[in-house]
Design a protein around this ligand. Structure first.
Ligand code: ADP
Ligand code: MG
Length: 599
């Protein structure tokens, strides 16, 4: 079988993504590889496809049990024989895997690096054919990486014990020079093909909001969303926000390092299996979460730097479907972040000077993070620039590009407001801006009755305008000097006179309403397919996205396949999944189709 066949038939993808094909070709051509691709770019496929094309059993080194389980489960679902070996296995299961490996029945074995010192494992590896060793999360080999794992240092020695040197391919999302050169050196890569694909994730919509009340904003954002992650900077915040959501009827789980591992596991499982709509967590939640259908990541507090932010926010939309990353920003959070920096290196064994060096570095990073929150420029461009990538235009897919400002002509409304002040003056009255607003909105209260304001010609002439909008325009007129407010009284200025006499216009910039979650056109069908997916997954005891990703369901909504052949055209549906689940999903689609008719 060749790579394209594997891609279409097993994985059901219509094409390779950026960089994937080159990597597959290099591995198949026998060359070592060092691949730096951002989270969600599709690194797994780059070693899984060669593993299927090559003879023998590929070995994948992966740092976390949960990561292995996810990937092996995914592979089994599409009919590929794969297994993982780690400390969670019973010895019987372990021997069964060894038996299948010796019989040449396994295309991939996933193992934790600690395995590499187990006698029986080493013996087996030296006796079976291993054409490829893929090292996932390869930055774990470096002290400079965020997640240094000493046992990764054993990998190079292990590879030397194999009877034939396999192709070695390393994968990471960390792009710094120090980490990359550590990976090359410590994994003993042999003149590797090195590739760093762009860090852009076009399907992610970035946004920074500065709400008055974060809780209200969060409730608004989470409305009708399922599968969101909300990151908080402290355990206390996690608990408070979690309680607040529950109080408001949102199914939420909470996760931080202060909970027992049992509690954490339950929270994580509930989230993976779509049993809760939201998980509220500190940054302890993350590595090892391969859930592909996360439509939204909210940061309730400012993260400590853009590296952390991009990594955490990047957990949204891994399957390539549109997803949002919203940061709720308040200046108060910056103070907390600084406080955390001050305390961060205290208990380390570093000298005072070294601690200060690190703190200095952290402050600089935080400053850049803050600049991201304050900027009115394209957010995507800011992020990519930070990672050393040039992005020459505005992305048109971030909060600042899309929904920040809308320019409007508010001349008529301004005239009405000013004339209200004028009419009052004619009666020898001056009022503050709130009273003026009430008159314009036509609000009858005892004050307006007492003063006879209901008989003013301007009473109620703006009753169809939203109070918030009126407020903004009035503020604009104050700010721009058409009206002066002195204590409780408002008066018109010369500028206002000019404006009226010379029939000038007033142009204003409004913050546009924020984009809400993109909803597929036939949302009803999408919900039905999601329900079926959940039921199917529950029966199998796997997370829903293992059955089909959101992107796949969205594609079904768009293509409305009527039969098996058409179903195979849906992105993410390979032969195996079509056979397994096709019938049920087609039934739901056909039912929908019957009801609504062709378009
Ligand atoms: P990474 O390890 O780089 O973070 P993954 O390998 O977990 O990313 O892949 C992320 C998602 O992208 C998965 O849901 C996967 O199915 C999807 N994916 C990978 N390659 C393709 C492709 N060529 N076409 C469509 N989807 C893809
Ligand atoms: Mg990965």
């Amino acid at each position: 079988m060749d790579k394209n066949e594997v891609l279409h038939k097993y994985f059901g993808h219509s094409g390779f993504r950026k960089g994937q094909e080159q990597i597959v070709d290099n591995i198949l051509g026998g060359r070592d590889c060092l691949c730096v691709m951002p989270t969600g770019a599709g690194k797994s496929l780059c070693f899984q496809i060669p593993a299927l094309v090559m003879n023998g059993t590929a070995l994948v080194i992966s740092p976390l049990i949960s990561l292995m389980q996810c990937q092996v489960e995914d592979l089994r679902q599409i009919g590929i024989s794969a297994a993982y070996i780690n400390s969670s296995l019973e010895s019987e299961e372990y021997f069964d895997i060894c038996r299948r490996a010796y019989a040449g029945e396994l295309k991939l074995i996933y193992a934790a690096p600690e395995r590499l010192s187990s006698e029986s494992f080493l013996k087996m590896c030296s006796e079976i054919e291993i054409p490829l060793v893929a090292i996932d999360e390869a930055h774990c080999v470096s002290h400079w990486g965020q997640d240094f794992r000493p046992s990764y240092l054993k990998i190079a020695g292990f590879i030397r014990t194999l009877k034939k040197r396999p192709v070695v391919a390393a994968f990471t999302a960390t792009a710094t020079y120090a980490v990359k050169s550590d990976i090359k050196r410590l994994l003993e890569l042999n003149d590797p093909f090195s590739i760093t694909t762009g860090f852009d994730r076009p399907n992610l919509f970035f946004e920074v909001r500065k709400p008055e009340s974060k809780d209200d904003e969060l409730l608004k954002i989470l409305k009708n969303v399922s599968g969101a992650i909300v990151y908080c900077s402290t355990r206390k915040n996690v608990e408070n926000v979690g309680e607040m959501l529950l109080r408001n009827g949102i199914k939420a789980a909470v996760y931080h390092a202060g909970f027992t591992s049992e509690e954490r596991k339950t929270a994580q499982e509930d989230f993976l299996h779509d049993r809760v709509d939201v998980i509220v967590a500190t940054n302890a939640f993350g590595m090892g979460i391969d859930k592909s259908n996360v439509p939204l990541v909210v940061h309730y507090n400012i993260p400590k730097d853009l590296e952390s932010y991009y990594q955490e926010a990047g957990r949204a939309g891994r399957d390539g479907s549109p997803a949002r990353c919203i940061l709720l920003y308040s200046k108060g959070d910056v103070a907390i972040a600084k406080f955390m920096i001050e305390r961060s290196h205290e208990d380390s064994e570093l000298s005072f000077e070294e601690q200060n060096e690190l703190k200095k570095r952290d402050y600089i990073r935080l400053k850049k993070m803050t600049a991201y929150c304050e900027t009115t420029a394209c957010l995507r461009r800011e992020i990519l620039l930070y990672f050393g990538e040039n992005y020459p235009h505005n992305c048109k897919n971030c909060g600042n590009c899309v929904n920040n400002v809308e320019v409007e002509d508010v001349t008529v409304e301004a005239q009405k407001i000013l004339s209200c002040v004028y009419r009052l003056k004619q009666r020898g009255k001056t009022e503050n801006i709130n009273v003026i607003k009430n008159i314009l909105l036509g609000i009858s209260d005892s004050y307006s009755a007492q003063n006879g304001y209901e008989t003013l010609s301007t009473f109620g002439i703006m009753k169809n305008v939203k109070p918030k909008r009126l407020q903004l325009i009035a503020e604009h007129l104050l700010k721009e000097g058409y009206i002066e407010q002195d204590g409780q009284i408002c008066v018109l200025t010369l500028k206002a006179d000019e404006f009226i006499k010379k029939k000038q216009t007033v142009i204003m910039r409004f913050e546009k309403k924020s984009i809400e979650q993109p909803v597929p056109e036939n949302n009803e069908l999408f919900e039905k397919l999601k329900a079926l997916r959940k039921k199917t997954a529950a029966a199998l005891g796997v997370p829903p996205y293992v059955v089909f990703t959101d992107a796949t369901l969205l594609d079904m909504c768009a293509l409305l396949p009527k039969n098996y052949e058409e179903l195979l055209r849906v992105s993410g549906v390979g032969v195996r999944k079509a056979e397994r689940y096709g019938k049920k999903f087609l039934l739901v689609i056909n039912e929908y189709y019957k009801k609504t008719g062709p378009f």
